[in-house]
Ligand binder design. Structure first.
Ligand SMILES: *Cc1c(COP(=O)(O)O)cnc(C)c1O
Length: 404
């Protein structure tokens, strides 16, 4: 049985009030809340062993280095990468995508094709547009359908030997759609294309096995999986990471430096220029331990219950439309109420202490597809409850009453 009350006690922020009402936090797809163990690990770092890593011979530096590298092993193990040096610490998903996009600017040629899905977050669109402008490669879009899924037949038609790269999110942050990425990766490999999967929304909710997926690149952010902001990781298959040029020059990423010639450090340091977010990296490891203690399978199962309950409750409203209705989805409900602007609903819910997101969710092409300015998005995490969903439903009734 899933003991949600016990879990909620791990999150100090869930005790606070907003506008005199208990906080109902339904903006988990934007960032997750932080359990006390992760907060403690941040405090412990700055209280007890704050030091720069990989350079000092002194005790604090050794301790910090050991903990940081231990965290890399935790990420490797959790996501089942073959080697720990295939895990590059980044500042987050966006940073990881930019490392790969920038590296491919030296690989792609005029006329090469790259495929991007219609369901992407802006951070998995813009770096590729910049790449295509620089290289003369052509960006093609895998279209979506009314349910918010990708049109797989179109995807297969778009693939050819000209295709060099495919980018797709594992799960859409705007709609919750789980994309059939294993199938997509296999099809891309059949024509010799590499695949980057944006796992920002899958890493917090389902178990990801990088070797089973056989994916070439995978990126995620710690702050969406109970970790701190400003840290995440890029996974790349060894052969790809060796092929790509470094992203930034600086300390930590070199082997030798003279004014004549610099040689680069091996993996993973080649892509980790400068002092990293040491504390964040360590706390990310603590967050993974925390999630694994609960178990991602248990988390996924409970969140599906919340999704089903929330969907059923919302569909009881007459003029409410849910966007993103594929069978395979995570606990994100994007919706609108006829005749009411999503922003106005968000403001009223906030007055009641309920945090939802309104707007385009960094995925304007999806909003354009549905010809809407945005949606109201309630995204649930494993520390949310059905009672909180009831609370939102009452809030929506109030909002409809006030706004129509
Ligand atoms: C949040 C998110 C991003 C961006 O992550 P950052 O942590 O802001 O870099 C990219 N893609 C998806 C699907 C996301 O949900």
């Amino acid at each position: 049985m899933f003991l949600v009350d016990k879990i909620r006690a791990d999150f100090p922020i869930l005790e606070r009030e907003v506008n005199g009402k208990p906080l109902v936090y339904f903006d988990n797809a934007a960032t997750s809340q932080t359990p006390k163990v992760v907060i403690d690990s941040i405090v412990d770092y700055y209280t007890n062993y704050n030091a720069n890593i990989h350079r000092g011979v002194h005790a604090l530096s050794q301790e910090a280095t050991d903990k940081y590298e231990e965290s890399r092993l935790k990420v490797q193990k959790h996501f089942n990468a073959k080697h720990s040096y295939e895990i590059i610490f980044t500042s987050g998903t966006t940073h990881g995508i930019n490392i790969v996009a920038s590296g491919f600017s030296e690989i792609l040629k005029v006329g090469d094709e790259v495929l991007v899905s219609a369901l992407e977050h802006h951070s998995n669109i813009v770096p590729w547009q910049m790449l295509c402008e620089k290289t003369g490669a052509i960006l093609k879009v895998i279209p979506m359908n009314e349910e918010g899924g990708l049109v797989m037949d179109e995807y297969k038609n778009l693939l050819s030997t000209n295709t060099k790269l495919v980018f797709c999110n594992h799960i859409s942050n705007a709609l919750g759609t789980i994309n059939p990425i294993k199938e997509m990766i296999d099809y891309a490999h059949n024509v010799g294309a590499a695949v980057l999967i944006d796992g920002a929304q899958s890493a917090p909710h389902i178990k990801v096995d990088l070797q089973a997926l056989d994916v070439d690149f995978f990126v995620a952010s710690a702050h969406k999986m109970c970790g701190p902001t400003g840290v995440g990781f890029l996974y790349g298959k060894q052969e790809w990471l060796e092929k790509l040029p470094p992203y930034q020059g600086g300390g930590e990423m070199i082997e030798t430096v003279t004014f004549k010639k610099t040689t680069y450090a091996g993996l993973p340091h080649k892509f980790e220029a400068g002092t990293p977010n040491i504390c964040g990296g360590i706390a990310f490891g603590t967050a993974l331990d925390y999630l694994n203690e609960i178990g991602l399978e248990n988390i996924a199962q409970y969140e599906q219950e919340l999704l089903e309950y929330g969907t059923k409750k919302l569909l009881e409203f007459e003029n409410l439309k849910i966007y993103g209705t594929t069978k395979e989805k995570t606990s994100v409900i994007s919706f609108n109420i006829e005749g009411i602007h999503p922003y106005d609903v968000g403001v009223i819910l906030d007055k009641l202490g309920i945090a939802v997101r309104t707007g385009h969710h960094c995925a304007q092409p999806i909003m354009d597809f549905y010809q809407i300015p945005g949606t109201i998005r309630a995204s649930f995490a494993f520390y949310n409850t059905k009672e909180e969903i009831d609370c939102m439903v009452e809030g929506l009734k109030k909002a409809i009453h006030m706004l129509s």
